[in-house]
Design a protein around this ligand. Structure first.
Ligand code: HSE
Length: 294
């Protein structure tokens, strides 16, 4: 039996739609796998009632099929589904790492990213790797057609999750299919600034590059109170705020030691518009890890 923990992740980061992602130190999913003649899945934990246990419809089940590694898979959810915090990716990433170990498949972490992305395709309709890449590799990741780049960083963040449900499929429908050239130039500048900030471990640069653009910004109306929550976070010292993945979570970039104040400001602002929320005061962290093998 192999047990793996994989972290929640935040994709897009404003300027890097479908490209940027980062691993959060918490929350995370824990997946246990045991060899079996055919794959079966049991889900426990937060939001477990919304997650299919049919292996053909579950990200971890699809990963088992891709690896030709049948197993009984127990998924203990710490990442709420439809949160914008890479819930399905955490399960897919943990299953990929665990099954690779259980069956001694010998795949590299980068190869496992591709396998886990197939699991993601079952949920969102497209094989994105922007959540599974940081869930497996940790840190900040940049995914493009044929390669993944990873940078270790420890930028402090707050991920604030309101009690609103936004499905990834719906959130993709509001994204414009084309952008004007001046918008594109601005986004390239922001994306480059953010990447430089990650390399330098500099929250100010990362926050500057996190600016919304017409792609990720198109999702803000799906989140009640978005503008006031962002303003409150910036007033409390956040260097940048954006929709996390497809939402509804919001990600705030922070200087060391300011997370508590920023989290409290975001929670208050959601409360003022009648939305319950919770906030994770965390930082960019590591990827999937084997926690037990018997
Ligand atoms: N990049 C994806 C999106 C992340 O924003 O739709 C969610 O799978």
């Amino acid at each position: 039996m192999v047990t793996v923990r994989a972290p929640a992740t935040s994709a897009n980061l404003g300027s890097g739609f479908d490209v940027f992602g980062l691993a959060l130190e918490r929350p995370g999913d824990v997946v246990r796998v045991e060899r079996a003649p055919e794959t079966t899945i049991e889900v426990i934990g937060v939001g477990q009632q919304y997650i299919p246990e049919d292996p053909a419809k579950n990200t971890a089940g699809i990963v088992a099929k891709e690896l030709d590694a049948p197993a009984h898979i127990e998924i203990d959810k710490g990442v709420r589904p439809s949160s914008g915090l890479g819930s399905s990716a955490a399960s897919a990433a943990a299953a990929a790492v665990a099954l690779n170990e259980l069956y001694d498949c010998g795949l590299t972490p980068t190869e496992l990213v591709r396998v886990a992305a197939e699991g993601e395709a079952a949920v969102s309709g497209e094989a994105h790797a922007d959540n599974v890449a940081p869930a497996i590799l940790g840190g900040f990741t940049v995914v493009s057609e044929d390669h993944v780049t990873q940078v270790d960083t420890s930028i402090p963040v707050v991920a604030c999750l309101p009690e609103i449900v936004v499905s990834t499929r719906d959130a993709r429908q509001v994204v414009p299919q084309s952008v004007a050239i001046d918008e594109l130039v601005g986004t390239v500048g922001d994306a480059a600034t953010l990447t430089a900030g990650m390399f330098r471990n500099d929250p100010t640069l990362v926050g500057q590059g996190l600016r919304d653009n017409s792609l990720t910004g198109s999702r803000e109306p799906l989140i009640d109170g978005f503008d006031s929550v962002r303003e409150s976070a910036l007033d409390a010292g956040a260097t940048g705020v954006a929709v996390s993945g497809a939402g509804p979570s919001m990600l705030a970039i922070c200087h060391e030691g300011t997370q508590a104040e920023i989290a409290s400001a975001m929670l208050d602002a959601f409360f003022d518009v009648g939305v319950e929320a919770r906030a994770y005061q965390t930082s960019v962290g590591g990827g999937a890890t084997i926690v037990r093998k018997t």
